[in-house]
Design a protein around this ligand. Structure first.
Ligand SMILES: NC(=O)C1=CN([C@@H]2O[C@H](COP(=O)(O)OP(=O)(O)OC[C@H]3O[C@@H](n4cnc5c(N)ncnc54)[C@H](OP(=O)(O)O)[C@@H]3O)[C@@H](O)[C@H]2O)[C@@H](O)CC1
Ligand SMILES: Nc1ncnc2c1ncn2[C@@H]1O[C@H](COP(=O)(O)OP(=O)(O)O)[C@@H](O)[C@H]1O
Ligand SMILES: [K+]
Length: 467
């Protein structure tokens, strides 16, 4: 599991550790890891041209000491000091190792620019001189490696309200920060390389599941399982207007861990679902969970949905079904799966505001409605009412195709029916959905049905430890 901590948590863990270590130890650990990562990034050190963009704090100190280590191994290192307070001991160390102090013109010939402008002490945005240097690097096509975080992003929220660095690689220390996991900032990080500096950390502010976590959580049938004990999902979806949504959501559900799917909807739609999936059973019966909402259109029956929400079976609530949510209901066991537009309508907020502050609004919704919210989009955020947050970081923009949300709703419903709680069902579902999209798209266009079709193989690869 990838864990992300807040700046306050990192500062406190850092203070505890620094009290037990000689001064400067942590910065040397950070700079050592950064220098190695830079060498790997450049494919060598000797003769490489490195430009350090150095701000006023310890983030610049990390860059300077990493530059010192690279200069000792034969790199041509130039520091651009963006503040007259730039870490004095670091500047001296770089000079002694043969590095130089220069200006942003050096970027014209650089192999890499190192963003040591600000780290976890930074406010969002870049000052004019820093912004000009960053633009210069971009104009010359020089890749930027960010130290700890891309300068200018909001570290604790992942928001990017102002200008910021767009990194080709981010080298971070001790733990991930929230901005590494949540868009729009996460997209500005590039791959994130974590350097262990020995911090002892509390429970994280957000987590991201990885392959081993999926293996641990996925409900694999046992020897004594039968189709009922594996879980039966009721699917209330589709309409004359949107029959395809029912077919697609059923495809997602059948590609999950359930033993059976019961489809509930108009006869004509049931016939289409059965034609594609002869395995389904049409009509009501006992179920362990519901997936409600995909493509309901004219069939939207809010009193019926509210009755199902009040019953004890857990529910995935998607698309139009979300209209049945209210703040006063007793909503134990519900996973709501809106995209930004739908969440905006529920909260009375513009879609663009939700996209800019994904973490905040997922949390607000979970608290206000007392249900688990899975906010779809470039990074999927799953927020539980108890404050836990999981983020899915393996998505691909190819997922943005009509009907892919219906696949996810069906899959998450199947995971709920098989016994996972809403937080686990949402986060495991989002991970597998994205893994299937990657497999099916292979970096090219993909349709929702092909994503559903790739789900069993994507799941198999993860369970077999091949991914
Ligand atoms: N924690 C750890 O475990 C370890 C931490 N380490 C490293 O230390 C880093 C944190 O260092 P830090 O605390 O000195 O803060 P840092 O981010 O360099 O900013 C400093 C100053 O920048 C300024 N400033 C603010 N916003 C700005 C802006 N937008 N544009 C321009 N300037 C801006 C502001 O000064 P002001 O402008 O207010 O005078 C602020 O005080 C951390 O990210 C990691 O790299 C490792 O070495 C070891 C282990
Ligand atoms: N830029 C993106 N990067 C990664 N995943 C995305 C992106 N845009 C959308 N998605 C994912 O694609 C799916 C789209 O779902 P949704 O918006 O409900 O579409 P539909 O209603 O057409 O099924 C969601 O799982 C969402 O997280
Ligand atoms: K930085």
């Amino acid at each position: 599991m990838r864990r992300a901590h807040t700046v306050e948590q990192v500062r406190s863990a850092e203070a505890d550790l620094m009290a037990r270590l000689p001064e400067g130890t942590l910065m040397q650990r950070a700079a050592g890891g950064l220098a190695v990562a830079l060498g790997n990034f450049m494919g060598g050190v000797y003769g490489r041209r490195v430009v350090l963009l150095v701000g006023s704090g310890d983030n610049g100190g990390d860059a300077l000491y990493a530059g010192e280590k690279l200069a000792r191994r034969g790199a041509q290192v130039t520091a651009v000091l963006l503040s007259d307070k730039a870490h004095p001991a670091g500047v001296e160390a770089l000079r002694l190792a043969g590095g130089r102090i220069g200006d942003a013109d050096e970027l014209a010939h650089a192999d890499v620019a190192v963003d040591g402008i600000v780290g976890i002490g930074g406010r969002p945005g870049l000052k004019p001189e820093a912004l000009a240097a960053v633009r210069r690097a971009e104009q010359h096509g020089v890749p930027i490696v960010a130290v700890d975080v891309p300068s200018g992003v909001d570290v604790d929220t992942g928001e990017t309200p102002a200008e910021h660095v767009r990194a080709a690689l981010t080298v971070t220390f001790g733990t991930h920060k929230v901005c590494h996991l949540i868009d729009p900032a996460a997209s500005a990080c590039g791959p994130v390389h974590l350097v262990d500096i020995g911090l002892d950390l509390p429970d994280p502010a957000a987590t991201a599941l990885q392959g081993p976590d999926i293996r641990a959580l996925y409900p694999v049938p046992r020897g004594e399982s039968d189709k009922y004990s594996r879980g039966v999902l009721g699917l209330l979806a589709g309409s004359a207007q949107y029959p395809g949504a029912a077919v697609i959501a059923t495809s997602g559900a059948l590609a999950g861990p359930v033993g059976m799917v019961r489809y509930v909807g108009p006869d004509a739609v049931a016939a289409e679902v059965r034609a594609e999936h002869p395995e389904i059973v049409a009509g009501e019966g006992r179920v362990q969970a519901w997936a409600i909402g995909s493509g309901l259109g004219d069939e939207l029956d809010l009193p019926r949905i509210r009755a199902l929400l009040d019953a004890e079976e857990p529910v995935v609530l998607d698309a139009d079904g979300l209209k049945a949510l209210d703040e006063s209901g007793d909503h134990d066991g519900i996973l709501a799966t809106p995209h930004a537009g739908e969440l905006g309508r529920l909260l009375g907020v513009e879609r663009s505001a939700i996209e800019a502050e994904r973490l905040k609004y997922a949390r607000v919704a979970a608290e206000r409605f007392d249900v688990t919210f899975l906010l779809k989009g470039s990074t999927t955020v799953v927020a539980a009412p108890d404050g836990q947050v999981r983020v899915n970081t393996n998505g691909t923009p190819w997922l943005a195709t009509a009907g892919s949300g219906d696949v996810l709703a069906g899959l998450c419903g199947a995971l709920l029916a098989a016994g996972l709680n809403p937080l686990d069902a949402g986060s495991v579902g989002a991970y597998l959905h994205a893994a299937a999209a990657r497999l099916a798209s292979a970096y090219g266009p993909v349709t929702a049905m092909r994503i559903a079709g790739a789900l069993p193989e994507a799941t198999r690869r993860i369970l077999d430890r091949r991914d």
